[in-house]
Design a protein around this ligand. Structure first.
Ligand SMILES: NC(=O)NCCC[C@H](N)C(=O)O
Length: 401
């Protein structure tokens, strides 16, 4: 388990094949559950299977969150912790909590994993069994909320070097996702002994905001999801552990279209990014390095490209922009044209629908593996959002200063 860049050969990745949690989405709840449409579940699964197959065919080991969660639930402490997390919901009240407790107790690990991911609908509990709270609930309400955004494994954890950061998700609809990743990384035998770099109780940081520009150099988007305090906390931790020498804090507009830094910028080569042209010129970065003692040294904002190139030890960072005219660029940015997943330098996965952006990438010498995402994209996330790299080949040997 080791990740020190965005682009070196991808060896192991964590994905989540979308399942019954997507079938919970309705026109009444899709906004609060952070989807822009109601996906066709079967087609979303087919699209996701093709994505996973594209990765496997290039030698990438694909781990599925559902499998890891089921295996984790075989560990008693993990099972207790995850069920306690659900039962702590103050909306339940004592009577309904007692009913849900006994419902969950009877489930074997695969079924329990299913409920933790897809939630529990009102009609799945016996009528009258949960007292006043149950009776007064709307029949469309969930006793346990579903987690349709598990699909976007990028956001709920991220690896830096040999450590994993379990993030702190900002949106209420996603918070419970990190109870799952937190349990997997602490209790699953595959990850035993891994040091945690970050925990969900800390200030908000989401994985889509964190780019490892080069070994030792992180960019952290600060906007709708990651707060300045979250960026500062993560910076402090990576600098203190020697996992990074420089962190760039990059403000992004607090809008849905640019919810994470990786919606406007992803890396496709050791010295190249694909970037939304409508922000390319205006993006800035604060440069953070270790100061005296516990202090951080913070340098005033400069153009992002300049600060990034300097921290990465490059003369300049190449930009490949998305689309030639502002309207095409805006359309393709919305459909995650900038959200590519690099499998190796100059080799990336992208949604096929972003025709202009992909053509631009190819003109710049980047090989593009196109996947369909008409249904997957309704959650507003592309190939990078849907993947959490666990192992990439090192760009430098692990203990390099
Ligand atoms: N890194 C990303 O940009 N992830 C996409 C997350 C989409 C999800 N529907 C959300 O709003 O959080």
């Amino acid at each position: 388990m080791y990740v020190d860049s965005e682009v070196s050969a991808l060896r192991t990745v964590l994905l989540h094949r979308p399942g019954p949690e997507l079938a919970r989405l309705t026109p009444r709840n899709n906004d609060s559950l952070l989807f822009d449409a109601i996906p066709w579940v079967g087609r979303a699964q087919e699209e996701h299977d093709s994505f996973a197959e594209a990765l496997r065919s290039r030698g990438v080991e694909v781990l599925y969150l559902e499998t890891l969660l089921t295996e984790t639930l075989a560990v008693t402490e993990a099972r207790d912790e995850l069920t306690a997390g659900v039962l702590a919901d103050p909306r339940l009240g004592d009577s309904l909590r007692a009913v849900v407790t006994s419902y969950l107790q009877d489930l074997e690990p695969a079924r329990l994993a299913g409920v933790l991911m897809a939630g529990l609908a009102h009609e799945e509990i016996k009528p009258g069994a949960g007292g006043l709270v149950y009776e007064m609930m709307d029949r469309h309400e969930f006793v346990i909320d579903p987690l349709p955004n598990l699909l976007f494994t990028r956001d709920s954890s991220l690896w830096v070097g040999d450590r994993v950061a379990v993030t702190s998700l900002a949106m209420p609809a996603r918070r419970r996702e990190t109870t799952i990743t937190h349990a997997i990384y602490r209790y699953h035998p595959r990850f035993a002994g891994t040091d945690l770099l970050y925990e969900p109780a800390l200030e908000h940081v989401e994985g889509g905001d964190v780019l490892i520009l080069a070994p030792g150099v992180l960019a952290i988007g600060v906007g709708e999801r990651t707060t300045p305090a979250g960026a500062e906390r993560l910076a402090r931790r990576v600098l203190a552990t020697g996992l990074a020498h420089t962190v760039l804090a990059v403000p992004i507009a607090q809008e849905r279209a640019t919810m994470h830094l990786d919606t406007v910028c992803t890396m496709v080569d050791v010295d190249a990014v694909v970037m939304y042209p409508n922000v390319a010129g205006s993006l800035v970065a604060w440069t953070i390095t270790a100061g005296l003692g516990e202090e951080l040294a913070v340098r005033a904002p400069r153009p992002f490209l300049e600060a990034a190139a300097e921290a990465m030890g490059l003369d300049h960072l190449r930009i490949i922009d998305t689309g030639l005219d502002p309207v095409t660029a805006e359309r393709e940015q919305w459909d995650d044209g900038n959200n590519t997943l690099a499998l190796a330098p100059r080799l990336c996965v992208a949604y096929e629908r972003n025709v202009e952006t992909n053509a631009q990438l190819e003109r710049a010498g980047i090989e593009v593996i196109r996947i369909s995402g008409s249904e997957l994209g309704s959650g507003r996330g592309g190939p990078r959002c849907m993947s959490c790299p666990i192992t990439r080949d090192p760009l430098v040997p692990p203990n390099h200063p």
